[in-house]
Design a protein around this ligand. Structure first.
Ligand code: MF3
Ligand code: CO
Ligand code: CO
Length: 336
């Protein structure tokens, strides 16, 4: 069999993400109406693809017991109860808080990098959890996710169609998977929060493009940070870049103000939301963490009440930084 021809045929038959209406021109440039051209073939393709995605979907695994944090590590208020307090309500940091935010941000960035270097086919997401837990404690910090609103692990590990908040379990990473690691450390009385999506072994070109574009979306969002400008500028920049590739911007989860509380009242949507009129101010610290999907932005949640997945089971990627608004733009705190 000639594999090159087979691949080329499959590629020309692959319908675009957004399908035309029956009476619109077909996407293939034949000049025919869609209903007289590729409509039936596309319906078949979508059905087959759905079957393949269903068969390969990520399934919940076995979750190991909660890991222990030594007595000498300072802990956030929710560590035992699972319920975070409201915090000060301030969204602008004092001069005294900023150096502490920098330390927590830097520690989170280091742990995320090391966890990313640890990713390879055959390890389980629970192995990653054990490693992040150990690195966080070695840095003198508490792994913020642990018991945050009852979350049972020290890091979020989100594989393929999992958008965010994937719980580490005994599932082995497979060659060709993509996995997002979301690391947050409570250090010096404040949180530093960042995440990145990593390739497991050899990954297909489509997924690699998704990962590259998602990182570009984060950086475009960061470039839009300017004191005096509305928060909606950030999502506008992200959505514009994502739209260019026909990807979906997940709407259910936003960036957030962060400091002595993991999540404060500031919300940073990653799509354009005209209601986000709050002006950015020097000294604000918040995260930007776009979740970009190959297909639909719509999500559902597993029965575990944490794991968010795309409705169409297509892959999704995410990158996150914690930033500090400055006179000229912002500083990325979660960068080495
Ligand atoms: N780190 C995530 C964020 O970026 C929050 C995880 S909450 C947890 O906001 F409970 F799932 F850990
Ligand atoms: Co965050
Ligand atoms: Co995070």
């Amino acid at each position: 069999m000639n594999l090159t021809t087979t691949a080329a045929t499959a590629a020309t038959l692959r319908p675009p993400n957004k399908l035309p209406k029956p009476n619109d021109a077909c996407w293939c440039a034949s000049g025919k109406k869609y209903k007289k051209c590729h409509q039936d073939a596309d319906a078949e393709f979508v059905k087959e693809e759905r079957k393949r995605l269903e068969a390969n979907r990520v399934k919940p695994g076995r979750i190991s017991p909660m890991r222990v944090v030594p007595d000498n590590i300072p802990k956030p208020d929710y560590w035992q109860t699972g319920q975070p307090s409201r915090g000060s309500g301030r969204v602008v940091r004092t001069a005294e808080e900023i150096p502490r935010m920098r330390k927590a941000g830097l520690a989170a960035a280091r742990i995320l990098r090391m966890a990313g270097e640890f990713v390879k086919p055959g390890i389980t997401t629970d192995d990653i959890d054990a490693y992040v837990h150990e690195l966080t404690i070695k840095a003198g910090g508490y792994p913020s996710p642990l018991n945050y609103r009852g979350y049972p692990k020290s890091v979020c590990t989100s594989v393929n169609e999992v958008i965010c908040h994937g719980i580490p379990d005994d599932r082995k990473l497979l060659d060709g998977d993509i996995v997002n690691l979301d690391v947050t450390i409570f250090l010096e009385g404040v949180h530093g929060d960042c995440n990145a999506t990593f390739c497991v072994g050899n990954v297909d070109e489509e997924s690699k493009q998704l990962i590259r574009v998602t990182h570009e979306c984060l950086m475009k969002g960061i470039e839009a940070v300017k004191p005096g400008r509305p928060i909606s500028d950030i999502g506008r920049a992200i959505e514009q870049h994502s739209d260019h590739y026909g990807y979906g911007v997940v709407r259910a989860y936003c960036g957030h103000g962060i400091s002595e509380t993991f999540h404060n009242s500031l919300q940073i949507p990653h799509y354009f939301d005209a209601r986000s009129t709050t002006k950015m101010e020097v000294g604000m610290t918040f995260t930007i963490e776009p979740m970009i999907a190959m297909g639909t932005w719509e999500e559902t949640t597993w029965d575990d009440e944490w794991t968010a997945v795309t409705k169409d089971l297509k892959r999704t990627a995410q990158f996150e930084h914690t930033v500090l608004v400055t006179e000229t733009g912002c500083d990325i705190l979660t960068r080495e």
